[in-house]
Ligand binder design. Structure first.
Ligand SMILES: Nc1ncnc2c1ncn2[C@@H]1O[C@H](COP(=O)(O)OP(=O)(O)OP(=O)(O)O)[C@@H](O)[C@H]1O
Ligand SMILES: [Mg+2]
Length: 331
């Protein structure tokens, strides 16, 4: 089907302009690298794709960066309509629980009365659709231009994974990846949103730096595990945000200690309080610690994160305490 859609797209745009074609559950999304943004051609293409049997919805998205005159590209920020504050959840290193923290923090902020959006910018391993339970579902657009965010458990959400799929190895780099992220941030009907949480790609590469420059971040939350190696990377993360003038809201120590699900005994398997010491050294707030517990993993894997499915558990309380600190820092 994707080949068929691509063939049709090639009738309207040059092959090198066709950035990506995806088809999921009857929904086709074509992204076009085209600075001209030819709306009429896009409309024709949409109609043609929609006439294919099996296609229920078709979207054509331009991924070129818009450059308003008189602004140096470095200074030009992306405008996300309706969103008051944006916070980054980042880590120097992959696999430390950045996505688990993002999703539970977003739900915790929402439980404290904030209107929350969660954006998954992790092009290397988008996992928010799985954690919120919209994996495999394509985004909907009523006018073929502006996408509707997913709305689950009281928060709005959008993921780069809806364009690339979870198991498609993403070979996008630099401008291409940033263009797609920009489109999914700026052309979405976010409505009135107090705080947008962004699950950043791990590490401190070009994409992270570009996002930090293009978005008006109110601050960044750095997630780390207590091992030395993770902490060294967390310091790198803090320094990267400082270089681009994004303030650090604080460090969260994830997998801080282990609680045995059978007997409740606690074990500091990776050492403990390393992140607190690192925060002190870096003169940034320490936001709190989240233990390593099987329920935190299993609830996320099954699309019902712990803050939503077990709101009274001590782990959910830990996320809510961190969320409370973030709200007061933002105020
Ligand atoms: N506090 C925790 N207790 C138990 N399991 C956890 C905890 N935090 C994260 N996990 C589990 O560890 C794994 C990695 O977490 P997660 O996907 O959130 O990390 P990440 O930093 O986003 O990784 P990536 O760099 O791959 O995006 C997942 O299986 C997750 O369920
Ligand atoms: Mg992740």
């Amino acid at each position: 089907m994707e080949n068929q859609i691509r063939k049709i797209a090639e009738e309207y745009f040059r092959p090198e302009e066709i950035d990506s074609v995806s088809f999921l559950n009857g929904r086709a999304v074509v992204t076009i690298l085209n600075s001209g943004e030819n709306e009429e051609t896009a409309a024709l293409l949409r109609e043609k794709i929609k006439s294919l049997p099996g296609v229920k919805k078709a979207s054509v998205i331009f991924t070129a960066e818009k450059k308003p005159q008189g602004l140096h590209p470095q200074e030009e920020k992306w405008q996300i309509r309706g969103v008051k504050k944006i916070i980054a959840v980042a880590s120097g290193k992959g696999g430390v629980g950045k996505s688990t923290t993002s999703v539970n923090l977003a739900l915790a902020l929402s439980s404290l009365g904030q209107r929350v959006a969660l954006f998954d910018a992790d092009i290397y391993g988008p996992s928010i659709p799985t954690m919120l339970g919209y994996e495999g579902v394509g985004p909907v657009s009523y006018d073929g231009k502006i996408l509707e965010p997913f709305e689950y458990m009281g928060i709005k959400s959008m993921s780069i994974g809806t364009l690339v799929g979870k198991d498609t190895p993403l070979i996008w780099r630099g401008a291409k990846a940033c263009g797609a992220i920009q489109q999914l941030l700026t052309d979405v009907n976010w409505g009135e949103t107090d705080i947008m949480v962004i699950d950043m790609p791990p590490g401190t590469g070009d994409i992270q730096i570009t996002l930090s420059q293009k978005l008006n971040f109110s601050g960044a939350v750095i997630v780390s595990t207590p091992q030395d190696i993770a902490l060294i990377d967390a310091v790198k993360g803090v320094n990267m945000f400082r270089r681009v003038d994004v303030s650090i809201l604080g460090i969260v120590e994830n997998m801080s200690y282990y609680i045995c699900p059978n007997c409740g005994t606690r074990a500091d398997i990776f050492g403990h309080a390393g992140a607190q010491a690192a925060a002190q050294e870096l003169k940034v707030p320490f936001l709190g610690e989240i233990p390593l517990h099987i329920d935190i993993r299993s609830t996320s894997d099954s699309g019902t994160p712990i803050v939503y499915s077990q709101p009274e558990s001590p782990y959910s309380q830990a996320y809510k305490e961190i969320a409370g600190k973030i709200i007061s820092e933002l105020a």
